[in-house]
Design a protein around this ligand. Structure first.
Ligand code: ZN
Ligand code: ZN
Length: 356
């Protein structure tokens, strides 16, 4: 965090052949400067950074923004930003094409005649892949809040309970336990609805024999957790028990191959191959995992088409699932951090098959 990775920003500039970069993604701004507000733009040149924000955030920026960054308050974002770019005689400015809106892009283009705007693709986001010790502490903080909340929720997971009520209770327990927010709306999908990979909690009542997929996460000081548990109410059919054991084995196998240097696509393959071999290949439609940090879904992605390899300090999920339409689904999700020789599971709820 904070602009001590200024040298890596220079690498980004060099590889994109730009003499400046314009950072608009608020999580990237937080990562690079420490600013926790929700509005601002960061312009990085060879000489340091200028953080532009409006009057609501000037004072906060003054307290939070660290490193070689000047703070400037603007009234009209685009004209004042453009004036700074022209004043610094910049020729080519890299921008975050996955974040900058088309509207702002067009306005900038109009103002910045003679300046080239170049898409940075995922160059900046990749900087955030490897987590520092400080970031790992915050991620563990989020994981802990979610874990404790889930433990408290468990006695309420029983027949007759509404999915919606469980989701609200879990949200309350996480907030009460110190979460500043949620990673996303809590997913509680029971019975046949568990076959919807991202089924939102609804008004269905839990019944005996139901699988219940609960996917949730807490946000703590900007960082997220993400974990999925599949429980069974009272009993599990033979078919669903077999599916559970298949997903669990796929999950374990993927975790087993995680170490520095392993290709993301090979982590995915470890889980996918096992599910396919068990005959469920057509029922595992999503990737095996994703990075977690200042965003709950960020790079790297762990899927068949992923490029790149794991590095020590990266944090991502391993979350295979099998979803049989109408019959039900199972997903098991843990977060891991890549260590020197392998990985460590960060999430704390045991993933053995549980019938409650
Ligand atoms: Zn999840
Ligand atoms: Zn996830």
């Amino acid at each position: 965090m904070v602009i001590n990775n200024f040298s890596s920003l220079k690498d980004v500039m060099r590889s994109a052949r730009c003499d400046a970069i314009l950072i608009t993604c608020i999580e990237n701004i937080r990562y690079l400067t420490g600013f926790t507000g929700s509005s601002g733009v960061l312009l990085i040149t060879d000489n340091g950074g200028i953080f532009f924000t409006d009057s609501r955030y000037t004072e906060q920026a003054g307290k939070e923004v660290k490193g070689k960054v000047k703070i400037r308050e603007y009234k009209k974002q685009v004209p004042e930003l453009s004036a700074a770019v022209i004043g610094a005689r910049l020729k080519k400015v890299g921008f975050e094409d996955s974040d900058l809106t088309f509207q702002v892009y067009q306005a900038l283009k109009k103002e910045l005649k003679g300046v080239k705007l170049a898409p940075l693709k995922d160059r900046l986001t990749l900087l955030r892949g490897v987590k520092s010790k400080g970031e790992l502490r915050l991620i563990s903080g989020a994981v802990d809040i979610a874990y404790k909340a889930f433990e408290k929720l468990l006695p309420s997971v029983k027949p007759g309970k509404r999915e919606d009520d469980l989701a609200v209770e879990l949200e309350y327990l996480m907030r009460k336990g110190g979460a500043e927010g949620l990673s996303f709306d809590v997913i509680v999908a029971s019975g046949g609805r568990s076959a919807l990979p991202h089924g939102r909690a609804g008004d269905r009542l839990l019944k005996m024999g139901d699988p219940v997929v609960i996917d949730f996460g807490a946000r703590y000081k900007g960082y997220h957790s993400d974990e999925t548990i599949t429980l069974f109410i009272g009993k599990a059919s033979e078919r669903l028990a077999r599916i559970y054991h298949t997903v669990k084995e796929a999950h374990d196998r993927a975790i087993d191959v995680v170490r520095p240097g392993v290709r993301f696509s090979d982590i995915d393959k470890a889980a996918r191959w096992f599910i396919k071999k068990a005959g469920y290949g057509d029922y595992f439609g999503h990737g095996t995992g994703h990075g977690v940090g200042l965003n709950v879904h960020e790079g790297p992605s762990i899927s068949p088409n992923s490029k790149g390899v794991a590095e020590e300090g990266m944090v991502f999920t391993i979350e295979p699932g099998i979803y049989i339409p109408k019959a039900g689904g199972v997903r098991i999700e843990d977060m891991v951090v890549v260590t020197k020789n392998g990985c460590r599971v960060l999430t704390r709820i045991p993933k053995e098959m549980t019938i409650i």
